[in-house]
Every structure is written in C-alpha cells, then in structure tokens.
Design a protein around this ligand. Structure first.
Ligand code: GLC
Length: 736
C-alpha cells in the first residue's frame, strides 16, 4: 500500500506556504478509480483489450512512417479510444518544462518554465505545483490529455545531458518537488507521468548502458525519489526508460516494474514505455502495461500479438486484463472521460508568463558576491554586456522537453548534420533578452554588447565600462552527455580577459548543471541563472539590480573538477560516438555503469564520504540580506527551527536539516527542508516532519534504523553546518 508520506518539508509559520504533502483535493485517487476500471474491463470484448495498450508517435518525419489518425494532434503520442465504452483517445505531449515545441511541427508555441534544476533551486514545492498547473493547463488547452512530465532522475553524474531536465541529486528534494509538479499537472484533469523509472543516469549510450547497483543503494537514492514523487503526486503513469538495469532493459525489468513498483509500492496506475524502448512482447509479463511510439520499436507487440497470447494462455489473459485496468485507472482517476480536453482552449499567456518569471526569480542562485558588487546600482553609468546571446535571449535545453515561445527561438544554432535528430535538436534561445531587461532596470546607463567571439574587442569594451557582465552558457541536450564540466567555446578565456580588463566583472551562468570556474577568484560576482525560461531575461535583470533578492539554493553540488566524481571519466565515452540516439556504436552494445562505487552516497553525500571539497556545495546560495537560525527543536520526527532576518531587506531563507551521524557512523543526508520569506527584522518558524526513510537503510524489503544517537544539524549548505543536536532513537524496521 502506498503510504502517504509524512509532510517532510516546512509549513513555514511566518508565510503560509502550502505543505508539500498534498491535500486530498489535489491528488487523484488511483485506488478508487481502480474499482470502476475493473468493471469496464469486464465489459470489454477481446479485440477491445488491445486498443489502449499501445500507441503511435504522431510526428511527421519522426522515425518510420505511420498512419496518423485525423483526430490525433501532432506531438509525442496518440492512443485510440473505445467509443462504445466511453474511453477517450489519449493525446500525449512532452514534457516537464512545458508543452514541447516538437520542432515547430504544430506551428504553435507554449510558455517555457525554467529548467527543472532551476525550479528545484527554489526549494519551493508550492511554486513548482503552480508551474505544473500552468503547463498542464496549456497542454489541456491545446487538446492534450497526457503530459509526459515528472522527470525526476537523480543527478548522479552532472555531465548527464538531461541534468537540466531533472531536479536534484537528493532523493527527498527531488521526490517532493516531482510530487508537487505532478499534482499541478493533474489538477487540469490530465494524466502526468513520472519518469524515467529508473536509474536513467546518462544520455550517451543510453540505449544500452547497463546500470549495476545494489537494491539497497537503489532504494535509498534513485528509487526513493520516485517513491516519494509517486506518493505525493499519484501520477497516472510511470515511464520506463531505455537503459538497462542488472542486464535487463528497464522496460523489461521484472524487478523494477513488478517487484518494486507494483508489489512493494502497490502502484495502481500504468507503466508506459519510453519511445523505442520495447524489445519484445515478453515485457508485458515483466510489468510493462503500454507500448508508446510503437513505430520506433522492432515490432508492434501490444496489439494482435498480445491478443493471440491472451487467447492461448490464461496467464497472458489475466495480465492483459490488468494492463487495461491500469490504463483505465489512470484515465478515470484523472477524470479524462468526464472532463474532455478539446483543442482551442483559452490560454492566459500573461498569467502563465508570470508563473515562469516568478519561478526563474526564485531559482536564481547567487553563488559569489564579493564586496557587495551586487546588486548593481540603478545609477550605474556604463555596462559592458558580453556573451550568451544576451542581447537576444536566454538559453534553453534541447530534446523532447524543448519548449518554444511565440515567434520561435531568438537564436538557434544547428548542431547535427543528419538523421531524424538533425532538425529536432538545436541550441535555442528563448525570446527574453537579459540586456533589454537590464536597460529597463537602469535606463540611464550606457550598455553596449559584444557576443564575445573576439576576446580582445570584448575586453577593450569592458575596460571602458564601469561594470562588465559576462553571460556564459553551457548547452545540454537529451541524447548526449557533456564530455566534461568546462564552459565550452573558450568562454573561460573570455571571462579571464574581461576580468583582467575590468575587476568589476559579474558572471551570469546559463548552464544545464554544474560547471568549473577557473576564473572564480578574478570576478566579483557569480549568478547561476540556469535555463531561465520564457521570462528569464527579466528575472536575471531583476536579481542583478536588486528588485528581486536572490533566494535560490543549489539543488546539485558544483564539483571543483571531474576528478572529484565517482567516475572521473564517463564510462564508454572514449569509444561511443556522440550521437543523439544513444544507439550501440562500433559494434559494441555492452557498457556497464557501476553505481556501486558511490551507492546511495551520490552528490553531497559523496563529498561528505570522501572528504573532497566541492567548488560550491549542495544547498549553497547567498542573499542580499542575512538570516540567523536557532538550534532545531526536535520531538520524535517533528522539527522546528526559528529564523530571523537580521539584514537590511526582505528575503527568503531555505532551512536545511541534515543527518550528520547515526549510531556513531558519519552520514550526510538531507532529512527535511523549508523555505520562509521574512521582512527585514522579522522572525518566523520553519516546521518540518522528518521522513524516517532518510534515517534508515534498506535491505531485503525492510527499512531499518539502528538504535543509538542520531546527530542532526541545520546548515546553510551540506558542508556548512550549525551546532548539531543529538537524539536517542530506538532500533526499528518497517516496510515502506
Ligand atoms: C524521449 C524521452 C522521453 C519522452 C519521449 C517522448 O526519447 O526519453 O522523456 O517523453 O521520448 O518524446
């Protein structure tokens, strides 16, 4: 039975932020819907039982040609309905950051949320729920009733090409934020997925990398993020990915899909495949319920072939009934039949842009601010604005999650020569110019722009300006990992030269994830703006000029360099061709990724275990004001921390509570967090309930906490901890 997770983040008493644990009204009820689903399946005729078990990708030019029904909408997926039984067709679109552009094939546009890692930097579940509600509303208005959102894979390797598309390296933060996003999406009476279940930790060679990890380490990290996200979001569907786990493709993994997801966790929705991730019909027995984008697979397994199996074998017949029951459970729970989503719905574009802008503002992280270089004065006389196409827009991530606003990209750099990815993948910038927004903040300032290809010219402009702001970009895409954490295209040299010409240099990073900063000591300020979405330019300018007090905290560690990582070189990167499909290359289709090196101690946990010092720690983020925290008052699993804004202006603090030692053994695990907004001089309390799974280890189906002393501490990041408190806890074991 999926137990409702204890609300393990804050109810901040000073500012009424809704608790992360959803109220019932916001969460669909899969268990209740299952009863009705079973009754419908009982009425199905044999031929009807292989209708909602598979679907196509209705995207012209997207892979092998397929007949696209006239009631399909160009996008990721289409699944026929069954009129006789009142079962609607499923129209599916990507993804977690908004309604995907699909290369412009529909000729429409959508509101782009900031990247998921940017959203996570807000540590604000209520805000992320609003973001999910916004993109779900746009999906619905365009006629889609399934949004392939809920990307929650842990940032186990910061070079992963989809780091931008996922929340964090921490399972608690990731799970709670994913649950909030899914609640938001499904509040529109459409189905959300949670993806990619599981251990989809890299893009290069994604179709055959074989992950090795013990069940215990998996349950304490990657799987826990999904477990919390499913508990709190109740997604109608779980998407399984391309990669292998313990030798089986994830969509063919009896362990992941049957044993963990359906038996241990009691999940009642349906498992859909990723597109082109189904190797055979046997996947149905191993827990797959729905074949997506079937034309991309070696065959359509979940149609007549499945019928034949069911006709001949009662085991397959029962399984087929269960597959239909699960798809229908999701349809009924989200209300797709009772609340049809016709295309042409109204969209509140301004209201949606405001959600994107607020999310971007709260996700921007002030990493460095030497001598109060920031915020910039509105009376500044001259600013050299350099790099990052900042005169035109802000960077976005590529792949199936690519969203694009009205008018398409402000700048689009093609990146692939041939194959179906060529027109689909590009380095694209949203039409939201940081420079234009900066001019609006300081209309009296002279601002001149240099793209930065000519370093000497850019440095000379910087030398003539009062301030230099360099925008540095790291583009990421699905299907390909970045080879290392350096800023590409010689941007490090550009920053060095500008900083040498003008010591009053600020760097604004627009990156998919962590990057190295060899120039850090030579610049005055560093702001991590990530991929900041439809109103990213306005959000960046608002923080630079102090209209917004930055409150973002890093949801991923920034390593000093790759040698600090569990795998200093990405496995197989020496022989895998960098293509976007992740297909076997050079006749090789065996690549093992041994996650047992770090086990569940990834990210900040790895740094704590190895004693290595990251460039910037998980949870780090500066403010234009200051806060003080009281020692946590902990009773049982309830913690309360007092916070005071001791600085000159309003701001938001993110209280982080870590387990630092358990029964004499060093540990580092985030066990609770809460965001609180306070006026200058004001005080408040952040209350949180600790999820005991973060205090326990998982083995053979049980969570086990040893008896003894548990040392917990708040911290301004995972490395900088306050005075700890010690609790004596009894040994206990439990299931889920
Ligand atoms: C992609 C992605 C998945 C997406 C699907 C449909 O390959 O892995 O996240 O939802 O295909 O576009």
């Amino acid at each position: 039975m999926i137990a409702r997770l204890l609300a393990c983040t804050a109810l901040s008493l000073a500012v009424a932020l809704p608790a992360s644990a959803a109220t019932d009204a916001e969460v669909i009820d899969l268990a209740a819907a299952q009863v009705r689903a079973k009754a419908t399946v009982a009425q199905m005729q044999p031929a009807e039982k292989v209708v909602i078990t598979h679907g196509i990708m209705p995207l012209p030019g997207g892979g092998p040609k397929v007949d696209i029904p006239k009631d399909a909408i160009v996008g990721a997926g289409y699944v026929s309905g069954i009129d006789r039984l009142g079962i609607p067709a499923l129209r599916e679109t990507d993804a977690s950051l908004g309604v995907s552009w699909a290369g412009g094939a529909r000729g429409d546009w959508s509101t782009a949320l900031p990247s998921a890692v940017a959203q996570a930097a807000s540590w604000n579940p209520a805000l992320i729920q609003r973001g999910g509600a916004m993109i779900g509303a746009e999906a619905r208005a365009k006629g889609f009733n399934v949004l392939l959102a809920g990307g929650v894979n842990l940032a186990r390797d910061p070079r992963n090409g989809r780091t931008f598309e996922y929340f964090s390296e921490d399972p608690l933060l990731s799970g709670i934020l994913a649950g909030a996003a899914i609640r938001g999406v499904q509040s529109n009476h459409i189905i959300s997925t949670i993806k990619h279940f599981a251990l989809n930790g890299q893009e290069t060679a994604r179709k055959y990398v074989d992950v090795q990890i013990t069940p215990g380490a998996a349950h304490e990290s990657d799987l826990l993020a999904f477990q919390i996200g499913i508990e709190q979001g109740q997604p109608g569907s779980v998407m399984c990915p391309y990669n292998r786990v313990h030798g089986s493709q994830a969509c063919d993994s009896d362990w992941l899909l049957n044993k963990v997801l359906k038996q241990e966790w009691g999940y009642k929705g349906f498992v859909m495949s990723d597109w082109g991730a189904v190797p055979s019909i046997q996947t149905a027995i191993n827990g797959l319920d729905h074949q997506s984008g079937e034309q991309l697979d070696p065959g359509v397994f979940f149609g007549s072939q499945l019928s034949a199996k069911a006709a001949a074998d009662p085991v397959w017949r029962a399984r087929l009934d269960d597959m239909n029951t699960r798809v229908l459970t999701a349809i009924y729970a989200a209300g797709l039949d009772k609340h049809p989503a016709p295309p042409g719905g109204a969209i509140d574009w301004d209201g949606h842009a405001a959600v994107a802008e607020e999310t971007a503002k709260q996700g921007i992280v002030l990493l460095k601010n030497e001598g109060g270089a920031l915020p910039l004065s509105k009376t500044v006389k001259s600013i050299a604005v350099i790099g990052g196409y900042a005169d035109g827009g802000v960077l976005s991530g590529a792949g199936s999650s690519q969203v694009m606003g009205k008018g398409g990209p402000a700048a689009k750099l093609p990146v692939a020569g041939s194959g179906i990815w060529a027109g689909f993948i590009s380095e694209s910038y949203h039409r939201s110019s940081p420079m234009a927004a900066m001019k609006a903040q300081a209309p009296g300032a002279t601002m001149l722009y240099r793209q930065g290809q000519y370093i000497k010219d850019a440095a000379e402009l910087a030398a003539r300006s009062e301030v230099a702001v360099v925008f540095a970009t790291q583009w990421m895409t699905e299907g390909l990992d970045v080879p290392d954490l350096s800023l590409p295209r010689g941007q490090d040299a550009l920053i060095e030269a500008v900083a040498a010409a003008n010591p009053n240099t600020i760097v604004v990073l627009e990156t998919g994830g962590p990057v190295k900063m060899p120039w850090l000591g030579k610049v005055k300020g560093v702001v991590e703006a990530w991929y900041s979405g439809a109103r990213g330019g306005e959000a960046i300018a608002s923080v630079l000029f102090g209209q917004t007090n930055p409150s973002g905290r890093l949801p991923v560690s920034f390593p000093a360099d790759e040698s600090q990582l569990p795998r200093p070189r990405l496995d197989g990167s020496d022989w895998v061709e960098p293509d976007f499909g992740g297909n076997p290359k050079n006749g090789k289709d065996q690549l093992k990724a041994d996650y047992n090196v770090e086990g569940s101690d990834l990210g900040y946990r790895w740094f704590a275990r190895t004693g290595k010092k990251p460039l910037f720690a998980f949870g780090h983020g500066l403010s234009y004001t200051n806060f003080s925290r009281t020692k946590p008052a902990i009773k049982g699993l309830s913690a309360s921390i007092g916070v005071k804004n001791t600085g000159p202006r309003e701001g938001a603090e993110v209280v982080q509570l870590y387990l630092v030692q358990r029964a004499g053994e060093a540990k580092r695990r985030l066990v609770g967090f809460g965001r609180i907004e306070l006026a200058a001089g004001a005080s408040g309390k952040v209350a949180m309930t600790i999820d005991p799974r973060l205090l326990a280890d998982w083995k053979d189906g049980l969570w086990t906490m040893p008896g003894g002393d548990y040392v917990l501490a708040t911290g301004s990041d995972a490395e900088t901890l306050d005075t700890p408190v010690t609790l004596r806890m009894k040994a206990r074991s439990w299931k889920n």
